[in-house]
Structure formats: structure tokens, C-alpha cells
Design a protein around this ligand. Structure first.
Ligand SMILES: *Cc1c(COP(=O)(O)O)cnc(C)c1O
Length: 379
């Protein structure tokens, strides 16, 4: 309890406030100016200059060949899975330790999530667990990779860069290429995170980012689909803009599609936020380094960026002794003005996903009982 009091006081001190939220957005720059400009142009929906500018800024920042702005990260994942060839009744491999949106997007395609384990250090999908599942639970039937136990076709893999910490994405992609599976990276939390000097979300066939209010950069609500494949980029653009066939005035659509493009109003905020991205990342890293040092001194386990990677430290996390200690910590901090929260309940423990196919996930279970997020917003 003494340690918890110390941590609480330390957080209040470095944040210079008595009531510390987990993560708040900051509007440091041209947000208001661009919003007014946007309204003055009359282009408030998806047509407009801010959308193009925002996409260009993301292309330049991430190094992705294409970036398509969408209404949110979940919708981005859904469309990405669909253009990658995920069909109703298929299975998509992902991790149980993630925000619920990952599994929801799979289900929005009519597909079923399959849960495999994560790595202890990255919290992201374990390439070994992936290989074990593919070796032991799948076989090729009529030219299709199928789950031997459910008979369902396996059509994609979705690893997650949890809290902005890059997962072992290259190894995951190597395993997937052996099996001919496309990788869709859930990089929703990883804007400003790099694995071996390459931005998260640019390794797989497709990657997605989120700009929800609690993420590193926000547009209120929003997302971005990243891909280096021009053909996929074209399909994504088409499918997110109601599949309208380009024409100066006629309304012709050639498939049942979505209205998922990001409105210009939201993009206006995004452009202003991206102008400050390096300052935001620097500030967040400083906070993480203060936590790291403090935790070393106090013998508390702090989650740091894995080898070969640079994390955006979106949400800082510590690992407590066990479930009881975690609950005591949550109770103490939250009743003393410091907002903390446990990592997500594992997906297969949620009512709607309890019957999904899964293999053993001991690391996920261990982490679920012990990981807690501490305040991580820009100070
Ligand atoms: C935030 C988040 C999403 C979804 O993004 P939204 O923009 O909120 O729809 C998906 N996956 C993960 C891991 C996230 O953290």
C-alpha cells in the first residue's frame, strides 16, 4: 500500500494536478482555425481539401504508399478484412488480449474470430502461438486452408500493436506467407510507433489507425487505412464511398458498399493535430521515461518498448504481482484522484465471443490478471 501511495503521489506531481485522467486529448494548434475554414468552404462531408491534406500527412509520416481516411478504426478494419478476401463464415486469427473493436470488425464481415496467444514482452500476437495453431489445427481442403476442427476456411490474420508497442510483425508475416494468409495490422493504437525503423501498420497487406478521442492523435472520431498496394487502395476507396462509379452527375453504384469516408470537418482537426505530432510524441516519451525510472527505483514492473522498436507509449502499463494486488492498486488510485484501469477482459471471456475457437493462451491470461494502465496523456 505504501508503494501505491508513492506511485499516486508521483503521478500527481509529474502531471501537476490532483485529479489525473487516464488520457485526454490536447488541442495545441490550428484546430479551431481549420474548423472555421472548413465550415466556410461549405465542404463539410467527405469531399474537401482537409481530407486530402490529412491523408497526405499520414502518407508522409508513416511512409505508407496510400492512406484512406475513414469514419473510425473499426470501420477501417471491417473494410480492410473484406477487401483482403474475408467472407461470411470464414475464420480470422487474432489475439484475445485486445480492445473489443478488433473482434467486432471480424464479426461485421460475417466471419468468426479465432484466438491465439500473445507474447509476454510485446503484448502482441506471438509468432510461435500462430505457428502452433497453423501446424496443429489446420489442413488444406479443396485447395483452401481450413480449421480441422470447425471445417471453416481461414482467411486472414490480425495482430495488434497493443498500447502502441510494436508486436513481432516481421516474424508473423513470415509465418503467414508460408500459409498464404494476408495480414491486416490493427495499428489503431500505434501512430508514431516503429518496428526496425518502419512504421507500424505498413508491414501487412493493410494496416489501420484510429483517431478516436483517447488515441495519440484525434479527429473526434476517425480512422485511416494504410496499404502499399495500389489495387487494394483503389478497392478500399471505392467500397468506402458507396461504390459510386465516377461520373460528373449520374448516380451509378456497382456494389453494396459503405458510407465510411471521414468527413472534412474531422479531417480539419486531424491536420491541426498532425502538425503537432512530433511534440505530442516527445511529450509522451518523456512521461514514459519518468515512469520507467520511478518504477526501477520502486521495483515495480513497467512495460517498455520491445527490442528493435520505438513505441509511441500511447498508454503506459505496469505489471502487478497478482490479481489481488491489481485490485488493491485500482481501488487505491481511483479513489485518490488518479485514474487507472485494468487491461481489457480477454475476448473469449466476453459473452458474445465465448464460443469462438481458441488454443491455449497462458500469456494472455497471466497478463489479464496483472496489467494496469496508468495516466499517459500529454502533460
Ligand atoms: C481504438 C481501437 C480500435 C478501434 O478504433 P475506433 O476508431 O475506436 O473504431 C481498434 N482496435 C484497437 C486495438 C483499438 O485500440
Amino acid at each position: 500500500m505504501e508503494t501505491y501511495e508513492k506511485i499516486t503521489n508521483f503521478i500527481k506531481k509529474i502531471c501537476n494536478r490532483d485529479d489525473v485522467p487516464l488520457h485526454e486529448p490536447v488541442f495545441w494548434g490550428n484546430e479551431k482555425k481549420y474548423l472555421l475554414e472548413c465550415i466556410d468552404t461549405g465542404y463539410v462531408s467527405y469531399l474537401g481539401e482537409f481530407v486530402k491534406r490529412f491523408e497526405k500527412m499520414i502518407v508522409e509520416f508513416t511512409g505508407s504508399s496510400h492512406a484512406i481516411a475513414v469514419v473510425n478504426g473499426t470501420a477501417g478494419l471491417q473494410v480492410s478484412l473484406r477487401v483482403a478476401g474475408v467472407n461470411p463464415g470464414d475464420e480470422v486469427i487474432t489475439q484475445p488480449l485486445t480492445f473489443v473493436a478488433t473482434a467486432n470488425a471480424i464479426c461485421h464481415c460475417g466471419a468468426n474470430p479465432v484466438f491465439i496467444d500473445v507474447d509476454m514482452d510485446t503484448l502482441g500476437m506471438s509468432p510461435e502461438s500462430l505457428r502452433r495453431f497453423l501446424n496443429e489445427c489446420t489442413e488444406v481442403r479443396n485447395g483452401k486452408l481450413c480449421n480441422k476442427y470447425t471445417g471453416k476456411k481461414i482467411s486472414a490474420v490480425v495482430p495488434v500493436h497493443v498500447f502502441g508497442h510494436p508486436c513481432r510483425i516481421e516474424e508473423i508475416i513470415d509465418v503467414c506467407s508460408e500459409y498464404g494468409l494476408p495480414v491486416i495490422e490493427d495499428a489503431a493504437e500505434a501512430l508514431g510507433s516503429w518496428y526496425k525503423n518502419r512504421h507500424c501498420g505498413t508491414f501487412g497487406e493493410i494496416g489501420i489507425l484510429s483517431f478516436n478521442g483517447n488515441k495519440t492523435v484525434t479527429t473526434g472520431g476517425g480512422g485511416m487505412i494504410l496499404t502499399n498496394d495500389s489495387e487494394l487502395a483503389h478497392k478500399i476507396y471505392h467500397l468506402t464511398t458507396t461504390a459510386k462509379v465516377p461520373h460528373p452527375y449520374a448516380y451509378i453504384h456497382d456494389e453494396i458498399a459503405y458510407n465510411y469516408r471521414l468527413p472534412n470537418v474531422n479531417a480539419a482537426i486531424g491536420v491541426a493535430q498532425m502538425e503537432k505530432i512530433n511534440e505530442i510524441l516527445k511529450n509522451k516519451r518523456q512521461t514514459a521515461m519518468l515512469y520507467k525510472q520511478f518504477c526501477e527505483e520502486e521495483k515495480v514492473k513497467f512495460i517498455t518498448e520491445p527490442n528493435h522498436s520505438k513505441s509511441n507509449y500511447w498508454l503506459n502499463g505496469i505489471i502487478l504481482e497478482n490479481r489481488e494486488e491489481r485490485d488493491k492498486f485500482l481501488e487505491y488510485t481511483n479513489s485518490n484522484g488518479v485514474h487507472t484501469r485494468p487491461i481489457w477482459r480477454l475476448m473469449h471471456k466476453l459473452e458474445m465471443y465465448k464460443n469462438c475457437f481458441k488454443i491455449d493462451t497462458p500469456n494472455s491470461e497471466w497478463l489479464e490478471d496483472r496489467v494496469v494502465n496508468i495516466p499517459s496523456g500529454v502533460r
